[in-house]
Design a protein around this ligand. Structure first.
Ligand code: ADP
Ligand code: MG
Ligand code: MG
Length: 326
């Protein structure tokens, strides 16, 4: 009989991209396990330096030189092309050129004021992904946005990066890993051979780690947008950090959380934001029209859950107060 190969696990928690990054990597030796953890750490830092809009970065360079054709990394080009696809597909519910409005409201970044109607109107005028150009010339990638535009990949970058981390790990010889980028989960490989990872979906009103459902996942991304993360209150009104590009207002959604399961991490992240912004009715219609989008919606009554057909054999209810239509 064959001896079960011994496996080493290394868990780390770091802070990058404005969020907590928790990883679990596994290797055949302690040295290999350490090497895998270092690969993830180095790659997160590389992407943070490339895509942060809060410091000098190749992505921020596009904003600094708005109106000009700017050379970008292949990764920025790839992510932007994906962003433009999802923006089209969701009629700008996900809108990567939302920057002027994000900078105006500053929700989640110390801002707690309601901007003037005038300022909102001025910002809306500058939000439109159809002005963005991504081109390739002789193996180099270029990007150009409108003169007064501002790109914000905050709703897609973590999903994109998470998938890239898993790819890098796999290329280095890792068979499985669990990466958590601030609630964006990458389930790489399986937990054990033949047993998928089990990813808990957080109950918005309960303590961290209290789940309303658990999803079985292997080699995929499980990404969640919820109303319980960044927001502020003013005059008895709660403002979330996802904005409507047409009204210029924080979205008032009747969805408590959206989870998307997709092998394409960028797509999962961007769609998550979009469905959250759409609200229950439009999101439900969207899911009917796009059976390849695999989602779990939790309504703001914290009782009703909608699960895409393709996910129904992968989800397990976890809270008797929540009714999951299967
Ligand atoms: P989180 O990163 O908190 O999980 P999201 O993935 O939904 O949440 O991304 C929210 C971020 O995306 C905001 O902080 C903002 O930078 C940006 N954003 C806000 N509204 C939109 C929108 N309608 N489309 C695309 N990005 C948006
Ligand atoms: Mg998102
Ligand atoms: Mg996100």
């Amino acid at each position: 009989e064959q001896q079960e190969a011994k496996e080493y696990e290394l868990d780390t928690t770091t802070f990058h991209m404005g969020t907590v990054v928790q990883i679990k990597v596994f290797g055949k030796t302690p040295e290999e396990t350490k090497r895998f953890a270092q690969i993830v750490e180095d790659e997160v830092v590389r992407f943070d330096d490339m895509m942060s809009v809060h410091k000098d970065s190749p992505l921020n360079n596009v904003n600094k030189h708005a109106g000009e054709k700017v050379e970008v990394t292949p990764e920025i080009a790839e992510m932007t092309l994906e962003a433009l696809t999802i923006a089209d597909m969701t009629h700008s519910a996900f809108e990567p050129m939302i920057g002027p409005l994000v900078n105006l409201w500053k929700i989640g970044f110390g801002g707690d004021h309601v901007p003037s109607d005038e300022a909102i109107k001025e910002a809306i005028r500058r939000v439109d992904h159809r002005h963005v150009r991504v081109t390739e010339e002789n193996g180099k990638w270029f990007m150009q946005i409108g003169r007064d535009q501002n790109v914000d990949m905050g709703a897609i970058a973590k999903g994109y990066i998470g998938q890239k981390l898993a790819e890098k790990l796999k290329a280095a010889g890792a068979t499985h890993a669990l990466l958590d980028l601030g609630g964006n989960i990458v389930a790489m490989g399986e937990k054990y051979p033949g047993t998928p990872w089990r990813i808990g979906l957080q109950s918005p009103d309960k303590s961290r780690g209290a789940y309303f459902a658990v999803v079985a996942a292997s080699d995929t991304n499980v990404i969640t947008s919820g109303a319980y993360e960044r927001n502020f209150e003013k005059n008895g009104h709660r403002y979330g950090h996802i904005l409507n590009p047409t009204t210029g207002q924080p979205v008032a959604t009747d969805i408590a959380s959206v989870t998307i399961v997709d092998q394409n991490g960028a797509r999962a992240d961007a769609l998550c934001t979009a469905l959250f912004a759409m609200g229950w009715e439009k999101a439900e219609a969207f899911l009917l029209a796009h059976p390849d989008v695999h989602a779990v919606l939790l309504r703001d009554n914290l009782k009703d859950v909608l699960v895409s057909e393709a996910l129904r054999d992968k989800i397990q209810p976890y809270d008797p107060e929540v009714s999951i239509r299967l």
